[in-house]
Write a protein that binds this ligand. Structure first.
Ligand code: TYC
Length: 146
């Protein structure tokens, strides 16, 4: 099972155990899609209403949007450096890192990994910073999964 989904289900259980009332609030995701956020709130009411249970079911079925971290080709970054990046930041083994690096080298870009928004952004920034520190032009970007 997807780890974010596990997280949501465990959220659901903790809400079930601890909360008497549940309130919804709308907010905007990084790409301005409307989402529903469930907030913990006041006590006093012993039983969950049907609407509370609907909200819990909604939590369980929501999947977070996913984002690809792309690695871009250039003419100067050494192949070994790209393989090291793929193994270190994206936990690929030698075979997979070598294959992704060669795909990027031949096709111009490739997917290093797929994550939720903050993790994807963080990894991409870490790669760009690491390449810059080593004076290589290697660049990474983030793109929402189709
Ligand atoms: N094209 C680079 C070279 O020939 C290798 C390379 C591969 C660079 C992938 C960046 O994302 C990259 N040295």
């Amino acid at each position: 099972m997807h780890k974010d989904k596990k997280h949501l289900i465990s959220n659901k259980l903790s809400i079930k155990m601890n909360l008497q009332n549940i309130k919804k609030q709308n907010f905007l995701s990084p790409l301005n899609q409307s989402k529903t956020l469930v907030l913990q709130s006041d006590s006093g009411q012993k039983n969950h209403t049907d609407s509370d249970l609907d909200v819990m079911d909604q939590i369980e079925t929501q999947e977070p949007p996913l984002y690809k971290v792309l690695i871009l080709n250039d003419d100067y970054t050494p192949m070994d450096f790209v393989v090291y990046v793929l193994k270190t930041f994206f936990k690929h083994d030698d075979i997979s890192a070598e294959k992704i690096m060669m795909d990027v080298h031949k096709q111009g870009s490739g997917v290093a990994g797929i994550y939720t928004f903050e993790i994807a952004e963080t990894k991409s920034m870490q790669v760009n910073q690491f390449a810059k520190s080593n004076k290589y032009p290697l660049k990474s970007t983030v793109e929402e999964e189709a």
